[in-house]
Design a protein around this ligand. Structure first.
Ligand SMILES: Nc1ncnc2c1ncn2[C@@H]1O[C@H](COP(=O)(O)OP(=O)(O)OP(=O)(O)O)[C@@H](O)[C@H]1O
Ligand SMILES: [Mg+2]
Length: 326
């Protein structure tokens, strides 16, 4: 059964620009989204900053109204039947807000349990279970202000689960976490899926989606450019290899030259502290490293490697194809 269903979903924001001469401007954050998520599925919505991920999560979790189109959760309309939907969903937005820092982790959960009108005799047991589930049981009686970011983030998840929702929305649940805390967080998420929850997750980390999700939709400029399993997405780049050139001071001119090379499928530039990493996708076995280096003859090269493509490269390829279409 479908837990989430949308058809031609559109959300337009109206903003004002300019201080003296106010002009209003329309921003199309979601531009006709069609998707469905099945019961028990861990569904990932992936996209760069500003793609519309939070907008989508907010509409589905009934806290933001769509401009037009259909959005249903458990077969109910997110606008007309929001009241019926709310008790059955949990929402966890990334960041630090929404917790009481002067209270302990356990007290925070007790507070939210009261908000959801969970009877006291039930709440104590439920809270203990949740604290164990998110790995906070041994720190539960300490004030939240002394928690690390990862601990706060896990307490947020426990809070989102307090009323035992069937469907959980997680908007960038690992943002700002160090690699160890992020890995722990992913474990918590994967345990939730194994416990039978349906999860709608957003991220801009491809590897995270790859590690966790049953299916992924890639959102780019308010549109879904592909929706499939992580392994089918990887098939898109299976016959490619990636040449990575780390260099100093690469210019947009040389990147353009690389893009125009007939064998090149996609080019992506990652800025690092002092260098840039130029990632070039080309068919496997084309042995074009020397040609690529010749096109970069005016920049200083630090190192060059050739590697197999990852899901991240599939994402780069799709987004770059979509950008050239536009
Ligand atoms: N309240 C608002 N008023 C005006 N424009 C908005 C508002 N909220 C979002 N937008 C715009 O809508 C688009 C989508 O934003 P959204 O926050 O949904 O993207 P996102 O994918 O969650 O991005 P990020 O990865 O940065 O969190 C962006 O262009 C954003 O500037
Ligand atoms: Mg967002």
């Amino acid at each position: 059964m479908e837990v989430i269903f949308t058809q031609d979903l559109i959300r337009i924001y109206k903003t004002n620009t300019g201080i003296i001469k106010r002009k209003s401007k329309l921003i199309s954050a979601l531009d006709g989204i069609n998707l469905s998520v099945n019961r028990g599925e861990l569904f990932g919505l992936l996209g760069p900053n500003g793609a519309g991920k939070t907008t989508m999560t907010r509409i589905l979790s009934t806290v933001l109204l769509p401009t037009s189109g259909v959005a249903q959760v458990f077969g109910m309309d997110v606008v007309k039947e929001a009241r019926e939907i709310r008790p059955r969903i949990g929402i966890v937005f990334g960041g630090d807000r929404g917790l009481y820092w002067r209270l302990s982790g356990r007290d925070n959960l007790e507070y939210f349990a009261t908000l959801y009108a969970i009877p006291k005799e039930k709440a104590g047991k439920r809270i203990q279970e949740l604290l164990e589930q998110v790995g906070l049981a041994d720190r539960a009686n300490e004030r939240v202000e002394g928690y690390s970011r990862g601990m706060k983030q896990r307490l947020h998840i426990a809070r989102g689960l307090i009323h035992d929702p069937e469907l959980l929305f997680l908007d960038e649940p690992t943002i700002g976490l160090d690699p160890v805390a992020a890995r722990e967080q992913r474990q918590v998420i994967s345990d939730l899926k194994n416990a039978g929850k349906t999860i709608f997750l957003t991220s801009h980390y491809m590897f995270e989606i790859d590690a966790l999700c049953d299916r992924v939709a890639i959102l780019h400029k308010g549109k879904i450019i592909i929706m499939d399993t992580p392994s089918s997405l990887k098939d898109l780049v299976a016959d490619l290899e990636v040449v990575e050139i780390e260099c100093f001071g690469v210019t947009s001119d040389s990147i353009e030259k690389l893009r125009r090379h007939p064998a090149v499928v996609a080019v992506n530039v990652v800025s690092r502290e002092k260098t840039q990493l130029v990632q070039i996708q080309a068919p496997v076995g084309t042995k074009l490293v020397q040609e690529f280096l010749n096109l970069l003859n005016d920049v200083q090269i630090k190192q060059v490697i050739t590697r197999q493509p990852t899901l991240e490269d599939a994402y780069v390829k799709l987004v770059s194809e979509d950008s050239t279409k536009a």
